[in-house]
Design a protein around this ligand. Structure first.
Ligand SMILES: O=C(CO)[C@@H](O)[C@H](O)[C@H](O)[C@H](O)COP(=O)(O)O
Ligand SMILES: [Zn+2]
Length: 195
């Protein structure tokens, strides 16, 4: 395949996956936006985690809530658990990499807070552990996953929200995840400020 054809296939595959899942994901995306809206308007904060590209997504979402998305509004309480290298390296060094997020959730999480847990496989042990920690802290969870949702989808509780992108490629799933997170930002802004 020549390079131009490869590039066009990436664009086509990405657009096709977005169109394939849009109807199925509309309801869970709306539910996630409502959960986070209720959280941040009741003195709660959103803790966000994921690995690799999903760590970038967690940071991207936290920045758009804490600072701004597309309109002017008050900053909203969201924190990425992926950014403090001292915290991350000390937990991984002294305990285990699988605990880098859950230890932060146990230390920072309150029942009025919520967790955004992102994983394309749904199987990353540190994200799974963060969900268990959030449940132990009586927090609600929004799981943004791919494929069949993996272990993450199976451990969610009543009141949590599962947004599972039915795709096979990690990159394509991540591209839908970013759109999902932008939809959530837009709905929260709309609920707060109107058109
Ligand atoms: O961005 C990419 C691939 O597009 C990678 O960095 C990817 O996020 C990493 O391999 C992650 O460790 C994958 O973890 P997960 O999505 O299965 O939880
Ligand atoms: Zn990537």
């Amino acid at each position: 395949m020549d390079i131009n054809k490869r590039i066009i296939k990436h664009f086509t595959d990405s657009a096709e996956l977005k169109l394939k899942v849009k109807d199925t994901l509309a309801a869970p995306i709306a539910a996630a936006a409502q959960l986070f809206f209720d959280c941040v308007t009741n003195d709660g904060k959103i803790l966000c985690c994921g690995n690799g590209g999903s760590a970038a997504d967690a940071q991207h979402f936290a920045a758009e809530l804490l600072n701004r998305f597309e309109i002017e509004r008050p900053g909203l309480a969201a924190v990425a658990l992926t950014t403090d290298s001292s915290v991350l390296t000390s937990i991984a060094n002294d305990y285990d990499f699988s605990l880098i997020f859950s230890k932060q959730v146990r230390a920072l999480g309150l029942p009025r807070d919520s967790l955004l847990a992102i994983s394309t496989s749904g199987h990353s042990p540190n994200v799974v552990a963060a969900i268990h920690a959030a449940h132990d802290r009586n927090m609600r969870v929004v799981a943004v996953t791919g494929r069949d949702g993996g272990e993450m989808a199976s451990i969610l509780k009543e009141g949590d929200v599962s947004i599972c992108v039915d795709g096979r490629s990690t990159a394509r799933i991540q591209e839908v995840h970013l759109l999902v997170l932008h939809c959530i930002c837009d709905i929260i802004d709309y609920q707060l400020m109107g058109e």
